[in-house]
Write a protein that binds this ligand. Sequence first.
Ligand SMILES: [Zn+2]
Length: 476
Amino acid sequence: MPPAGRLLRTCIVVAGALLGGACAKTEKETSEGSALLKRPNIVLITVESLRTDHVGCYGYERDTTPTIDAFAREATLYENAFSVTSWTLTSHASIFTGLHPSAHNVVREKDRLNDSYKTLAEILADYDYQTAAVVSGPYLKKAYGLNRGFGTYDETPVSPPKVNAHNDITNDRMEIRINHFLERVRRDGDPFFLFLYYWDPHYQYVPPPPYDSMFVPEGAQKPKKRPEFHRYYKLGRHITPAQLEYVKAQYDGEIRCTDGYLKKLFDRLRALNLWDDTAIILTADHGEQFFEHGYLGHKYGLYVESLHVPLLVKLPGQKVARRDARTVSLIDLFPTVLDLGRCRVPEEHQGRSLLAEPRAAQEPTFYELVAIWYAKRKSTGEKWSETENWFAIRQGDFKLVWQELAGVTELYDLAQDPREVCPITDGAEELAADLKSRIEDWRAEMKAVSDRGGAPTQAVLSPEEEERLRSLGYLD
Ligand SMILES: [Zn+2]
């Protein structure tokens, strides 16, 4: 059980952060404070590939997210939340360990988290939380080891072998399995931690009717051939603005469809009288590119459209909207969830609880990616691949993006250029060199953590599972 002193300290931190001091509490705030005296249920939701700027409460003009927008009216919206990377497996490994990718080292497509790393669910289970997950994407399958600590880990919604997950619709299966947990598996008495991963907005955007036509603007043109990951560069060269509008409209349709299933989830939590006692965290594993930096999809860079994610946190009993402008990272969810659950946070993690003191304005944040391109020469059938190690650092108004193997660095002034389209070319060599050396120092620190924790093992996948990943453009 948690040490009493720790529990008291956490209560003070949580209540202090939530209530913003002791003066002039409103009735609503008082009810939030009393809800925090109990250990809350915690629901953590990741939505695949959800770009912040396609979410209504983050300013999108289309009505893609009525449920998320309504949720934001009783949650804290983090304006500047970033994933540590731009693809699924690595991002979730960081969420579950509170570590940067090169610390846990789950960075390649068959990496399985080393058993030495204690996961969020394992710690919560140690504190008598009932732990459960329902997931619908292939990189969250048990083979990758991220199921450790979950008493129930339901991967039923993942597309079956031989079904191309890109073309599949999994939200309805998510709903069935979530309800199965809430109504049949959940125990009364102990609080629960429920992790949910909604896959459907993943490339290549095939929403069911009516969502496939909901956002298609006049003049948009359906591409003759549906784009696929390994053809991204060809499409990128030839896609017309009218075709790109159509592709974006399909992505928006996927988001709207998924948002409808979030409504079903939230309605069910209310119907079961769980809403007020439950902390709900909603985010995305990473963003998505629409050729802003040359590619379609994700896992191809560390620019803002790939890293900026929506993050909304409803504390137990919270009834009012708040906004928080500080820069936060998805690795911060690890200590945040443990603080919410009154659990002792292990020393070896790299996040900063959202319920504690914020980062200083000049404290840097780091991002990284091992990107592997696969291709086949049409003429000879020869397969080839290319790897790039990407790193990025944000510090104050500046961001440096470094492609290590190509030897390319780009420095951006985020105050002038928040979409990172015009690298600074002159007069900032000293700053660029300083930021790069910070990345190098930080890499040495991450390596020390990784050396203590151990290398990833290899995920054991069935031939069908390997084939499925291949069909998604991974593996080879
Ligand atoms: Zn993903």
